[in-house]
Design a protein around this ligand. Structure first.
Ligand code: SF4
Length: 269
């Protein structure tokens, strides 16, 4: 039997896009055979990292010296955040906190930019905030996104671990929500609530995806993507044999957060 997997939203999305890419990247850990990222992408990713660090610093109660922010775009992002930061509910603020829960013999894993937990009318709640420096998405797209689905499910199934000693085992889905804040639309944060019914369906689908991964682990077979559009920008064309090999560039579906916090799998028992 293979070792248990630590499954992040990137891994779930990669598996659903192309099982072969998931295997090459996350199981065989082949390095990307791609040409270097365009300079502009590198620069934007670096700025995204720095922006998250500034916001984290702010919520840790440390001063942010705007005059010391050298890059004009980053300074502008910080201004936009300072002028439009979403209201936080009263509660305990946790920055860059991670949560890992079991699913079958594997684990689901997420890292929250910011999480507020507390009580509202005597009922525990959890509210995730996520900072985005890319293109703003509409609420329907965000609701389907694996980040949303994974983060809400993590809290509904195992969020109590963040509460403390007298922890409830998890949060009631009705008391969980996530807010996405975009530098590109700073005055229009998107807040998505959750519910029992959504969680039942979400958890069922997550379990089904993990079961599919388990089946492929057992068979050792990792099919190529059905959707050829997935291959167009895939960095693994030269490994799977579907492509020219010298035209691959890094995948555009990788968001800045993965560059910020690459998934490092801890040793599991
Ligand atoms: S090129 Fe297509 S089939 Fe090959 S690994 Fe990438 S997405 Fe999968």
């Amino acid at each position: 039997m293979t070792s248990p997997l630590l499954l992040s939203r990137y891994k779930l999305a990669a598996f659903l896009a192309c099982p072969q890419r998931f295997e090459l990247r996350y199981l065989r850990r082949l390095t990307w055979p791609a040409v270097p990222r365009p300079e502009e992408d590198e620069e934007r990713a670096a700025l995204g990292r720095q922006f998250h660090q500034l916001v984290q610093r702010h919520f840790m109660g440390l001063p942010v010296d705007k005059a010391a922010i050298g890059d004009a775009r980053l300074r502008r992002w910080w201004d936009l955040f300072a002028q439009n930061q979403p209201d936080l509910p009263d509660g305990r603020i946790l920055t860059e906190v991670t949560l890992t829960i079991p699913i079958g013999r594997h684990f689901l894993h997420g890292r929250f930019d910011l999480l507020v937990i507390g009580e509202e009318e005597g009922r525990p709640f959890a509210h995730v905030f996520d900072w985005k420096t890319g293109k703003a998405q509409d609420e329907a797209t965000l609701r389907r996104d694996w980040q949303t689905r994974l983060y809400l499910a993590l809290l509904a199934e195992g969020g109590g671990a963040l509460w403390g000693e007298s922890a409830p085992p998890a949060f009631d889905p009705e008391a969980i929500r996530i807010t996405y804040w975009y530098v590109t639309e700073p005055d229009r944060p998107r807040t998505l609530p959750y519910s029992q019914a959504e969680h039942r369906q979400n958890w069922e689908e997550l379990t089904a995806v993990v079961s599919q991964i388990e089946c492929h682990l057992e068979s050792g077979e990792w099919p190529l993507a059905d959707d050829l559009a997935q291959c167009r920008w895939c960095s693994y064309q030269i490994y799977c044999g579907r492509g020219e090999g010298d035209t691959a560039v890094p995948e555009p579906d990788e968001s800045e957060e993965e560059l910020l916090f690459p998934d490092v799998e801890p040793a599991l028992p």
